[in-house]
Design a protein around this ligand. Sequence first.
Ligand SMILES: *[C@@H]1O[C@H](CO)[C@@H](O)[C@H](O)[C@H]1NC(C)=O
Length: 167
Amino acid sequence: MLFLLFFFLYFTPSMAAEPRVVVTSDLKSIYDVLSAHGLPKGLLPKGIRDYEFHEESGRFVVFLDRECNAMFENQLHYETNVTGTLSYGQIGALSGISAQDLFLWFPVKGIRVDIPSSGVIYFDVGVVFKQFSQSLFETPPECVSASKNQHRKIGNQFVESGSVKVA
Ligand SMILES: *[C@@H]1O[C@H](CO)[C@@H](O)[C@H](O)[C@H]1NC(C)=O
């Protein structure tokens, strides 16, 4: 009898076919999940409806109320679904966030901070890492509704309508 109990306690979870979503929005916020990974909470804006985070793989998906833009030093565009892989001090395989630079929109593919923190945060926009002060991202910003239709896509980049610039 005791053995059976032992068996169920120790073997039932690993026998589940589907990976469990370990952390859900009922337990803590995605901002707390960012903090727990050494990342500033303000990387994600206000207006998050729900999220999923799989602790073992680090995979997460964040559902926003709507597409929106938030202003830091540069403007960031958030799509309604933001996905990526969290590990300590970094987000990889990121999709759903674009950063504006010189009127162009660059998909942000990854974000990382130094460990221990140097106060600098790095945005991987493909060709280069853009550096920002981490203090810009201390609190989740307001995010103003903005659709992607307002940006024309040229190649891999989004260009604001009316301000096409050839870099
Ligand atoms: C966002 O995720 C939801 C749930 O997985 C899905 O139904 C929806 O199609 C996704 N939206 C976009 C724009 O990818």
